[in-house]
Design a protein around this ligand. Structure first.
Ligand code: GLC
Length: 478
């Protein structure tokens, strides 16, 4: 059986802040379920990993990791869950902190983590056939394998894949710390360099046997200057090994029929449950309890690349001119938080701005939503449009990255229904407003709307298809 090791900075349900955590929490299980691969996942043992999990862990090894002049303690713990073995790298100095990231020494923390991953192989006498690293925090595992460990016994045949979940975050540092922090020398200077800086993501792209990203469209987009954040020439040079595989979502965790987090379960044959969820959310948030009013929602990090400028430009008119309710869930840039709070103050009977992040609350909102708004400027894959679909909310999205690949425009060809949402191409608030308007018009046609909702809920966004694409990739590599 092929041995596969995933390396990443966040994994659900242990420690996660975003989509990367979702994917690393569900793809390995889907791969393991195929019975074709032995899947293990390695991540840092953050303070956030709860006691519930810690109690189930077994200590596998204790050793020291050398990083330039440092000698750092490393404990390796393991835990088996759903057919996958998880390894946790323990070092309290680096990982016992209040958040996963955002510290002055993140470069050093993840350099240590990646070096520990290399050492772990030798200490546990476990050498994967394929090392699959995700995003910049794991990039150095690919680099250390190629530049430092390759010539050692048993490391010679390990193949590498590197996945870009978001090209905006590359891990860029000054060359002054190449030796002192990253433990690399002048021989690696050109490998590590992009635009005059150390660029960890770039180096992993150069070293890896295969590079993937999380949707076919994004794989094309990141070869252009508009999307690549400075890595376009690197990706064009490596285009022969680049491909895009659309993410899936965890169909067990996101299951409206059996979801304990929502007010009432529902499915395509019991859509009445969806109305109960709407009424429950209205009650919870103090909005007028009315089942006939269309419920719009935005569930997003409040960051500009999520397209919030477009929402800010058109949403006032939408709320002003229509009998609707709008719920926003998320936090982020202050100006957007303030904008939505102001909107709520203008329309206290129509708008709720929930400036927080709460997974269960997000599920209650998905379940209550009729029209889900996601007009991202760029979106490597996006999971929210898939979750919304599964919970029967009609997505209104901009045609970019994974949104383009997963949501196709709704239109009627005589009696035949095409598409699974409302989409627009240009980064324009006029187009967004227009598509929200079209979705509201459809909402008024009860029968047609129900037909579309059923179609959307039946669209397959599970890991099934994508896991097969990954297995095919691993087979090609081996
Ligand atoms: C990142 C991307 C998002 C993607 C997720 C999982 O968070 O921004 O689009 O869905 O990674 O791959």
């Amino acid at each position: 059986m092929k041995k596969l090791l995933f390396v990443g900075a966040e994994v659900m349900p242990f420690a996660a802040t975003g989509g990367l955590g979702d994917v690393l929490g569900s793809l390995p299980q889907a791969l393991a379920a195929s019975g074709e691969v032995d899947v293990r996942v390695v991540l840092p043992l953050y303070a956030a990993v709860s006691e519930v999990w810690r109690k189930q862990m077994k200590q596998e090894a204790v050793f020291y990791v050398h990083l330039a002049w440092r000698e750092q303690y490393c404990g390796v713990y393991s835990l088996k869950k759903d057919g996958v073995t998880y390894y946790f790298i323990d070092n309290e100095y680096y990982f016992k902190r209040p958040n996963l990231y955002g510290f002055f020494d993140d470069g050093e923390r993840y350099a240590y983590f990646c070096m520990a991953v290399m050492e772990l192989m030798h200490r546990l006498d476990y050498y994967p056939d394929i090392l699959h690293a995700h995003d910049w925090q794991a990039a150095l595992s690919v680099v250390y394998l190629n530049c430092i460990y390759r010539s050692r016994p048993s490391y010679g045949n390990i193949k590498t894949a590197f996945t870009i979940h978001n090209i905006e975050y590359q891990g860029c540092y000054d060359f002054a710390i190449l030796g002192d922090v990253f433990s690399l020398g002048e021989n690696e200077h050109s490998l590590m360099e992009n635009d005059g800086c150390i660029n960890l993501m770039k180096a992993a792209v150069e070293c890896a046997d295969r590079v993937t990203t999380v949707s076919p469209r994004y794989a094309e987009e990141i070869k252009t200057a508009e999307y690549a954040h400075g890595l376009d020439s690197c990706l064009n040079r490596n285009a022969h090994k680049l491909s895009g595989i659309l993410n899936g979502i965890d169909y067990k965790y996101y299951d409206p029929k059996n979801d304990k987090a929502i007010a009432a379960g529902f499915g395509v044959r019991s859509l009445g449950g969806k109305i109960k969820n709407k009424l429950a959310l209205q009650k919870e948030t103090g909005l007028p309890e009315r089942e006939d009013v269309p419920m719009l929602s935005v569930i997003s990090r409040l960051a500009s690349h999520k397209g919030l400028d477009l929402i800010a430009e058109c949403i006032y008119d939408v709320v002003m001119n229509n009998d609707v309710q709008l719920v926003i869930l998320g936090k982020g840039e202050g100006k957007y938080e303030q904008f939505f709070l102001n909107l709520q103050a203008c329309f206290p009977n129509k708008v709720r701005a929930l400036i927080t992040y709460d997974r269960d609350l997000s599920k209650r909102i998905y379940a209550a939503t009729d029209i889900f708004i996601m007009p991202s400027k760029s979106e490597p894959c996006g999971l929210s449009q898939m979750i919304a679909s599964r919970y029967g909310a009609i997505p209104v999205v901009r045609e970019t990255g994974g949104l383009y690949d997963s949501i196709k425009p709704f239109w009627m060809d005589g009696k035949t229904m095409n598409g699974n949402g409302f989409t627009f191409a240009n980064y324009s608030s006029y187009e967004l407003g227009d598509r929200i308007g079209a979705a509201l018009e459809l909402y008024r046609d009860k029968e047609l709307c129900k037909k579309l909702v059923v179609k959307i809920m039946k669209t397959d966004f599970s890991w099934k298809v994508s896991a097969e694409s990954y297995l095919a990739l691993y087979n090609e590599m081996a």
